[in-house]
Design a protein around this ligand. Structure first.
Ligand code: GLN
Length: 551
């Protein structure tokens, strides 16, 4: 069997696996390899394989797995797809995320329908065939020159074995394929020496599965020296120049330049017998060099709750929000200083709210559930009353409406139905079509998900920021501004500057008497890219800079 999907074009696959430890930044590595190929003139897209059984990332807790990324077509995906979209500046569909849950549910459904009638349905070949079918379908649909496939987890895990087996078979079936293995090279403090043994063992495991890597990318604190490169090459049956050093750097977008310096792109092309196309590296390099020099800081506080896991703080839960702030700051020649603040702090110590004064701007991002909510409302009230630039994202906008209703419209017990099921004044309530779904407790992919258009009101700040009347942003929510309260809120000065095309759903809000008090039901952070900041983040940074200058 050559291919389960007819291929009329020739795609090159780059398979990225990980070894030694998790959390190596394989997503960034994959995105960076893609970026250098793209900068050399090739059409590139990427996909992520997540070996967990969840059908998608929609039901995962952010502190456990990082942010849930939302695609244009409404997929709830691992945050790595966000890295690919930001680096490559493309939209990636939800079909570019494969989970064990998806693969097995199709195989079992087919078996029940009798599609394998008479056969014993087995992990190999039936499950591996389904994996290959999905990878090849993604290639056939996107028709890229390169499809990068990142396999989640670490070599040696039980759960990704079938995925590794599937991509092993692909080479056998004559696909043009390059295997990249990303490992970790620790430096033991007591010895002061970089140790390559974990990498050697990891490659040994990979070769047991039948995969000989074409390249090893070593993650490490400091650049890998030639002695270690030689050693890894020898023990892993490779040439020295196939061992690429990926040491820690200030700005993740700069990993592309590390790879370029080591001619990774040229080496990949050489292996595949491809010519080096024209280069578009200059603009990208100039951008990275320029932003590294900005020294004027802008301090933005993100007031959220998904920060702690055990004794550690995890900023990954809000990675796209942080990236969007960075893109916008760079666009304004500023150095972003992003701090996260746990909103529960202001519930325990209300007086500490004045610490917000030290920030140039505040963001209240998306979230679910009732913990930390009153702290966020207090934050919003402080920002509103002290002319502190504020951007509310999804839950952040909902809470801004609650705050405004309570403190300005004098609806003292205003709340969101999410936090008070029996609320007398649910200024935020279910989206009607969600009522049924919620009553049945079906949680997977049941939200309003993906890109939706909105019509902006001419003359508003938000209209000015977007520069057009019809805009589209990605969504992920179950609740909405309750239409019954819109007139009252507007009578008291709040402006709903963007609505769904039928006029029913409030998509954007602003407060004209404030320098920057802006909210959106959407998540504009998902469309922010380097060199193309999201308009509402750009507006926040501009207002924050003005405030800083006035101080
Ligand atoms: N929990 C809120 C809702 O479901 C907000 C969701 C979010 O911030 N993404 O509507």
């Amino acid at each position: 069997m050559y291919s389960l999907v007819p291929l009329i074009f020739m795609v090159n696959y780059i398979i990225v696996t990980g070894g030694v430890i998790s959390g190596l930044g394989k997503g960034i590595t994959t995105a960076s390899i893609g970026k250098i190929l793209q900068l050399h003139g090739y059409r590139v897209t990427a996909m992520k394989i997540d070996p967990y059984i969840n059908f998608d990332a929609g039901t995962l807790r952010p502190t456990e797995h990082g942010e849930v990324w939302v695609t244009e077509d409404g997929g709830e995906i691992d945050q790595d797809l966000g890295h690919y979209e930001r680096f490559l500046d493309i939209n990636i569909p939800k079909s570019h995320n494969i989970t064990t849950g998806q693969v097995f549910s199709v195989v079992i459904e087919k078996e029940r329908k009798g599609e394998y009638l008479g056969k014993t349905v087995q992990p190999i070949p039936h499950v591996t065939d389904e994996i290959k079918r999905r990878i090849r379908t993604a290639a056939a649909e996107a028709k890229p020159d390169f499809l990068l496939v990142e396999i989640g987890g670490t070599v040696g895990d039980y759960e990704n074995v079938l995925f590794l087996e599937a991509v092993r078979q692909m080479k056998l079936e004559d696909e043009k394929i390059i295997y990249v293995h990303v490992t970790y090279v620790p430096v033991l403090a007591a010895l002061g020496e970089a140790k390559t043994k974990p990498t050697q063992h990891s490659v040994k495991l990979l070769r047991e599965i039948g995969i000989q890597p074409d390249f090893i990318i070593t993650r490490s604190e400091k650049p890998l020296d030639d002695v270690r490169k030689e050693k890894i090459a020898l023990f892993c049956n490779m040439h020295e120049d196939e061992v690429i050093s990926d040491s820690n750097i200030q700005n993740v977008y700069g990993v592309t330049l590390l790879f370029e310096e080591q001619q990774l792109c040229k080496k990949i092309l050489h292996k595949l017998g491809l010519r080096k196309e024209e280069q578009e590296l200059r603009t990208w390099k100039a951008y990275l060099t320029k932003i590294a020099k900005f020294d004027k800081k802008i301090k933005i506080g993100i007031v959220g709750k998904y920060f702690d896991i055990g004794a550690f703080k995890l900023s990954d839960s809000y990675i796209s929000v942080i990236e969007a702030v960075r893109h916008a700051a760079w666009n304004n020649n500023l150095r972003p200083d992003v701090q996260w603040i746990d909103s529960k702090l202001f519930e325990k110590h209300p007086k500490k709210i004045i610490s917000l004064n030290a920030y140039d701007g505040i963001i209240v991002p998306g979230g679910f559930g009732s913990s930390g909510i009153e702290g966020k409302i207090a934050t919003i009230q402080y920002a509103r009353e002290h002319n502190l630039p504020f951007l509310g994202l999804c839950l952040g906008m909902q809470l801004a409406v609650v705050e405004y209703a309570r403190n300005i419209c004098d609806i003292k017990d205003a709340n969101s139905r999410e936090f008070d099921k029996k609320a007398a004044h649910p200024v935020i309530d279910f989206i009607p079509e969600q009522v049924k779904i919620i009553n049945e407790s079906r949680y997977g992919a049941t939200m309003r998900l993906g890109a939706y258009p909105a019509i902006l009101k001419k003359g508003t700040l938000i209209y000015k920021l977007y520069g057009e009347e019809k805009v589209s942003e990605r969504h992920r929510h179950r609740y909405e501004v309750n239409p019954e309260y819109v007139t009252t809120l507007e009578e008291y000065g709040l402006v709903f500057s963007g609505r769904s095309p039928d006029g029913i759903l409030m998509e954007f809000m602003e407060l004209p008497t404030h320098p920057y008090f802006v909210g959106t039901q959407a998540h504009p952070e998902f469309k922010s890219r380097p060199m193309k900041p999201a308009p509402l983040f750009d507006g926040l940074i501009k207002a924050a800079e003005k405030r800083k200058e006035k101080k």
